[in-house]
Design a protein. Structure first.
Length: 253
């Protein structure tokens, strides 16, 4: 991995390494297959910082690498200026408390783009978003690659991140009636899958493994519904509402 590419990836963190920013970066690394190379470079840069700069003796045990990782996350200019100064790292200058996330980013990115292990429901919101498109729009990060295993969650789930989805979840979670309806469906594995292609022109509901023995329900929706970033959160809300409405009173244990 070239230095230019490494710092380009670091730049996607927005200057701070925390669980959210590193998760988005890890999805990018899954798609590109650069996880191992990136993780190696983080290790090298953190070690160089600690070799040249050191940390205060009263820093909590085993957190010296967190401080160094926070410096790396701040970007190339901050890193090079700090290492050139060679002074002891000042923890108060850096967002280091969550920076441990950067130290493990990329470790698992060489694995398949889908996660074949059983997934527990998010207790706050039990619908999983998956973008299965080759070129997602800005703001959407997905681990979807060239292998298409279909939409049955038993074959794996594509990890996806989108700030608009986070906003939609908050809005939906503030609707007591919807929350109650979702609670009545807590025995189902619910998914919203965004796809592109000429064969995906309108929302379609799919029960798995079969209509007579349902464990999972997937609503496949066309990417065109989410083309406008200004209204994407609202489109997510409408899609989840449609999913719940389609199941209300029509499916039972």
């Amino acid at each position: 991995m070239t230095p230019e590419r490494f710092w380009e990836l670091i730049g996607s963190l927005g200057g701070v390494a925390d669980d959210a920013s590193c998760e988005r970066l890890d999805l990018v690394l899954q798609r590109s297959g650069e996880g191992d190379a990136f993780a190696d470079q983080v290790e090298v840069h953190v070690a160089d910082l600690l070799r040249h700069c050191g940390v205060p003796a009263d820093l909590p045990e085993d957190t010296d690498e967190w401080v160094a990782a926070a410096v790396v996350a701040a970007g190339r200019e901050a890193y090079e200026t700090t290492i050139a100064a060679g002074e002891e790292l000042d923890p108060t200058r850096w967002r280091w408390q969550d920076a441990e996330a950067l130290l493990v980013t990329g470790w698992s990115s060489h694995a398949a783009a889908v996660d074949p292990t059983p997934r527990e429901h998010d207790p706050g919101f039990p619908v999983t978003l998956q973008w299965k498109v080759a070129s997602p729009p800005p703001g959407v990060v997905t681990s979807y690659g060239t292998d298409d295993l279909g939409d049955d969650p038993e074959t794996g789930v594509v990890a996806t991140s989108d700030p608009a989805w986070d906003r939609a979840r908050r809005d939906l979670g503030a609707d007591p009636a919807l929350v109650e309806e979702l609670a009545g469906l807590d025995w189902l594995d619910l998914h919203l899958v965004v796809r592109d292609g000429d064969d995906v022109t309108e929302p379609v509901l799919h029960p798995y493994p079969s209509p007579t023995s349902v464990r999972s329900v997937v609503l496949v929706v066309p990417q065109s519904l989410f083309a406008d970033p200004a209204t994407r959160a609202d489109a997510y809300v409408e899609a989840v509402q449609a999913l719940v409405a389609a199941l209300a009173g029509r499916i039972h244990r």
